[in-house]
Ligand binder design. Structure first.
Ligand SMILES: Cc1cc2nc3c(=O)[nH]c(=O)nc-3n(C[C@H](O)[C@H](O)[C@H](O)COP(=O)(O)OP(=O)(O)OC[C@H]3O[C@@H](n4cnc5c(N)ncnc54)[C@H](O)[C@@H]3O)c2cc1C
Length: 486
């Protein structure tokens, strides 16, 4: 009998737990440890943040589902890793701290395992930028459903003021020099712009994109050359066209350093220190690891064997100049090299390096996007990990036949550009591979043209909406859920 503990019930953790439970007989235990009692379909937070969806439509409680499917559930957060056990406990374990319940809250418990999947995603590191606090200083976030609810409240209040004649400045983008998730901010800016039109206050607002990208449409993926209809286009040209069309201004190469009430301070690549004022801002924070500690059997600190910010996996972390980076540096099995029964899919693994070219300001400040890891690779890598664990358990020996690197997997990103069954619109950008492979595709900026393409229109909005329902259906593990791809 094996016990598999999954930390986190986001896209990655939930996908891993679902596949493990479906394919392993009930003599094997699958336990999920996660602090939030709900599953949330994060991509639809964009629509919550413009008031077009209620947060209850994007979430459901985990406990009843896990009970029905015989997946163990502990509503707690992992805090310390003991991959060798300790002097009293033979088996490896994680120390988890309960986050709910009058009696249990704050208590810590050893949760032993045979296999551990760390799918804890990112820490939303708002503290890395002074004054960047969701719901304060007129800045908001849409990274969680509670944040997105706040954002809609803030935006709606401003819309009401604009209806009374107020002129407003709206700032959307990244809130840190090394932030990622430009795609989510891009979706939000387009949705906000559309909502202002719908509320007939577009003429009252100046909308500005602020980002650590060197060029528009970098998205933390070094931009891309893509097929757009019969044309071949650079992603910066596509985004520029969209922003021009919607009268959205942009500030690029900006590392936001500090937020005051209605003022964003930033340094740009020219080394200038500037400010931008606003009445409403949605700025994505930097993402970091959760700051977990790890100890060996003798209680010696071995954190550096497991973590490098995020969790260390089978990537090549040798430090090299940008020109020497290779697609082969990226991990394939997400297995920790020191402790072979620990895996980290989704955002929880430490990337070997950024995908965008690293750039510094004239003052030496690093200003460029960290690598994004969107929903599709998070799901695929979780399935890779689950399948390898299943094979290893069934064959009673380590088998790592399932592999999936971001250098040989694509990502479809459908950015909603406005909600509405008839008036909605979306921008689909499909990239293959996510990490550019300059050896295979030397003439097309490391990507396969045709499999890397962009599309704009109402159909993309429908597709995004269809995916919302499909992925919530899948996450609820309804009949034949596993036929829906990650
Ligand atoms: C607003 C927004 C829009 C997005 N839109 C898209 C999109 O359109 N398409 C797309 O492909 N991607 C999109 N993404 C990215 C996508 O949401 C992420 O790639 C994905 O959620 C990552 O999955 P994950 O499981 O690694 O992390 P998460 O989904 O963040 O899950 C992490 C889990 O770990 C839990 N956890 C945290 N700390 C602990 C702890 N100490 N112990 C145990 N559990 C813990 C959390 O509660 C959570 O359940 C978007 C992201 C945002 C923020």
């Amino acid at each position: 009998m094996s016990k598999i503990v999954v930390l986190g019930a986001g896209i990655s953790g939930h996908v891993a737990a679902s596949h493990l439970r479906r394919k392993l007989s009930k003599e094997h235990e699958v336990i999920v440890v996660s602090p939030n009692s709900n599953y949330q379909w994060i991509p639809s937070n964009i629509w919550v943040g413009v008031g077009r969806m209620k947060s209850k439509s994007i979430l459901f409680p985990l406990k009843p589902l896990y009970k029905k499917k015989q997946i163990g559930y502990v509503q707690a957060k992992a805090v310390v890793f003991y991959p060798e056990g300790d002097v009293n406990e033979e088996k490896p374990y994680v120390l988890a701290e309960y986050v709910m319940g009058e009696e249990k809250k704050g208590q810590r418990e050893k949760i032993t395992y045979d296999y551990l999947i760390n799918a804890t995603g990112p820490k939303l590191n708002f503290e890395a930028t002074e004054g960047l606090i969701p719901g304060k200083n007129k800045t908001y976030s849409v990274c969680t459903y509670t944040h997105a609810n706040h954002a809609w409240k803030g935006l709606n209040a401003l819309i009401q003021e604009m209806k009374q004649g107020k002129k407003a400045k709206i700032l959307i983008g990244t809130g840190h020099a090394k932030a990622t998730c430009q795609g989510a901010a891009f979706e939000y800016i387009l949705n906000v712009e559309k909502e202002l039109c719908r509320h007939k206050v577009r003429d009252k607002a100046e909308i500005t994109w602020i980002s650590n990208e060197y060029k528009l449409g970098d998205f933390g993926m070094d931009g891309m050359l893509l097929k757009y209809g019969s044309m071949t286009m650079k992603s910066n040209e596509l985004v520029e066209m969209i922003f021009e069309d919607r009268d959205i201004k942009w500030i690029l190469g900006a590392g936001v350093t500090k937020i005051e009430d209605g003022i964003a301070h930033y340094e740009n690549l020219e080394g200038e220190f500037k400010t931008e004022s606003y009445d409403f801002a949605m700025l994505i924070p930097s993402f970091s690891g959760h700051g977990f500690k790890a100890y060996d059997k003798k209680e010696d600190d071995i954190t550096e064997k497991l973590f490098k910010g995020f969790m260390i996996v089978d990537a090549d972390y040798t430090s090299r100049p940008y020109e020497d980076w290779s697609v082969q540096d990226w991990p394939e099995t997400y297995q920790n090299p020191s402790y072979k029964n620990i895996f980290a899919p989704g955002i929880a693994f430490a990337p070997p390096h950024s995908i965008s070219m690293p750039r510094k300001s004239k003052n030496g400040t690093a200003i460029f996007p960290a690598p994004p890891r969107t929903g599709m690779p998070s799901g695929i890598t979780a399935k890779v990990v689950a399948d390898n664990i299943i094979d290893s358990i069934k064959n009673k020996k380590e088998l790592l036949h399932h592999k999936g690197s971001m250098g040989n997997m694509g990502a479809a990103c459908i950015a909603s550009a406005g909600f509405g069954l008839i008036s909605g619109s979306g921008i689909s950008i499909t990239t293959y591979p996510i990490v550019p492979d300059y050896n295979k595709y030397p003439k097309t900026q490391g990507r396969k043209l045709g499999k890397t393409f962009g599309e704009i229109g109402l159909a993309s909005h429908w597709l995004k909406l269809a995916l919302h329902y499909a992925f919530i259906y899948k996450a609820k593990m309804k009949p034949l859920w596993w036929l829906i791809p990650e």
